[in-house]
Design a protein around this ligand. Sequence first.
Ligand code: NAI
Length: 280
Amino acid sequence: MARTYIVTGAGSGIGAATARLLREAGATVVGVDLKNSDISADLSTPAGRREGAAAALEAAGGRVDAAIASAGVSLPTALTVSVNYYGVTEFLAELRPALAQSTAPRAAVVGSMSSLQPNSPQLVEALLTSTEATAVEVADQLAADPQTGNLIYASTKRAISRWVRAQSVTPEWAGAGIPLNVVAPGIVVTPMTEQLLASPESTAFVDAVVPMPLNYHQPPESIANLLIWLTSPENTHCAGQTIYCDGGSDVVLRGEDAWSWADGRVGEYFQQLTAGQPAG
Ligand code: NAI
């Protein structure tokens, strides 16, 4: 039987490319978006998430094998909090029980290399530990100043990567056999980046903050293909990862040594072993 996918943001850009490639490969796809898709839903509101998930499940015949969350906005306002974070976490939570019924359930989220960029620790903390109303309040304060407003997007992407990492190993996800991961793009040529890439000056700014030595700006398909693999039955053991598919910007920004965080912890490691605790 063909696999069934629910894809948010399927009306444009990365979500649209993902839905198209999945359909071309024979899958059944139900797209969810504000516009241009199968199910119209506003993922910025709790009711929109709940009703959108219910309508998508109904359209999918009550069963779903994989969920892909691509809907997002990049505005320096609190709307970005509601769509990019809660529009993912709450929507996936609505679908999770149905996903758990699949024989090969999978979920993947579109994050961003912005998860590595400067952000507001206060907003990240509010997203991870507080209510939507509190996070929106923090974002409203940041939005009052254009400089801090620009931290909102990166904060939502840092928080969603951390949420996925935390959730991925819980009984609800790993315990139910559902790999949950993030793909983090660099600069993808979609309507979202059209304005940013409209002039040589703005393009030069973008290229300075998102250096992409491998093949430069990317087509939506470069992300879609990875989302499709992560949500395929072949992915049996990737859990909680944020996979930077970004032309190399992660490496340029963070350097080649992403491991030395453990170097000062040798004593702690042996202590754990002596105490019979699992090391890690
Ligand atoms: P896009 O603007 O082409 O598509 C985003 C889609 O999300 C649109 O169809 C839009 O209607 C939908 N959407 C927005 N708000 C919604 C809401 N409240 N309810 C339901 N649907 C809503 O943008 P693109 O580039 O395809 O972005 C997809 C994801 O990729 C986003 O999460 C974005 O943050 C992320 N991303 C994009 C990058 C880029 O360079 N384009 C880079 C890194 C991450």
